[in-house]
Write a protein that binds this ligand. Structure first.
Ligand code: LER
Ligand code: MN
Length: 274
């Protein structure tokens, strides 16, 4: 098993610094957030090589509720803008030699369909079908992430993820599970892994309160049991968040320090199980 952490949760901290922190702490990989115009990708690639950190995955930049990064936007011009931006992100992924890109098929945060659920669904499917061959050329798998119902109206659990993959029907479109989202919208922590076996390309972990592992009340032994049962042996990525302030990114020194500590302890926690 390889262990990774998400770069975007560190807010404004340079991705190069996240990579150095990951290497020093003992992580194998970093899942890099691809806000295309905000970073120096040459420097990021060089830093990763120097620190011996693999960038196996990238996490798509699609700011909360932003219409021009909404792949299911009913407005065709805006949806095309979103597709074009995701293609630019995939190019960054290709440059970084990433194997997968995590994304949601409607803007994260959009919990209610813009039109009907069926129309939004069909727009989301259509966008992913346009992105899949482009990603394939770059050797990248598109990984649809089921978020919880408050963060996404299309794919929010293992069932909707499997229906979505069946609707898209592209060999390089896969899915993943995130224990924080599962804790909200799944009936238990085992069945989703069994349902998505064979389609699982990534796993995000955080505790029930989205802190590091062991800081909430998620029965993580169940998750471990499920992962072992399906013989998943790719990457487990810690995507924990600092408490307080901004609901997603660390925005203060104090939050960053909590995040560093949680990330360190989560890795120790994981290594006890795998
Ligand atoms: C991203 O991987 C994620 O899990 C989301 O909650 C971010 O909106
Ligand atoms: Mn996630």
């Amino acid at each position: 098993m390889k262990f990774s952490l998400c770069s975007w949760v560190f807010g404004d901290l340079a991705i190069e610094d996240v990579i150095r922190f990951a290497a020093k702490t003992g992580y194998d990989e970093v899942e890099v957030g691809t806000a295309v115009d905000a970073h120096d990708w040459t420097s990021i690639k060089q830093t990763a090589k120097k620190e011996n950190i693999n960038i196996r995955g990238i996490n798509a930049d699609a700011s909360f509720l932003k219409p021009e990064t909404d792949l299911a936007n009913p407005d065709v011009a805006l949806r095309n803008e979103a597709i074009a931006y995701f293609k630019r992100q995939l190019e960054i992924g290709g440059y970084l030699e990433a194997e997968y890109m995590v994304l949601a098929p409607a803007a994260p945060g959009r919990s209610i369909p813009a039109l009907s659920r069926e129309e939004d669904w069909s727009n989301g499917v259509d966008s992913i079908k346009q992105l899949a061959p482009f990603a394939n050329e770059l050797g990248i798998q598109i990984v649809i992430e089921p978020l919880n119902r408050y963060e996404n109206c299309l794919v929010y659990n293992a069932d909707t993820a499997s229906y979505f993959l069946q609707a898209v029907e592209e060999p390089n479109v896969k899915t993943m599970l995130d224990t924080f989202h599962m804790n909200i919208d799944e009936a238990n922590l085992i069945d989703p892994f069994t349902k998505l076996k064979g389609w699982l390309e990534a796993i995000h972990v955080a505790d029930s309160n989205r802190r590091g592992l062991g800081k909430g009340h998620l029965p993580f032994e169940e998750v471990v049991k499920a992962i072992k049962q399906i013989d998943y042996d790719k990457t487990i990525t810690v995507e924990s968040l600092a408490p307080g302030g901004h609901p997603f990114e660390a925005t203060s020194k104090q939050q960053l320090n909590i995040l560093f500590k949680d990330m360190e302890e989560s890795l120790t926690f994981l290594k006890n199980y795998f």
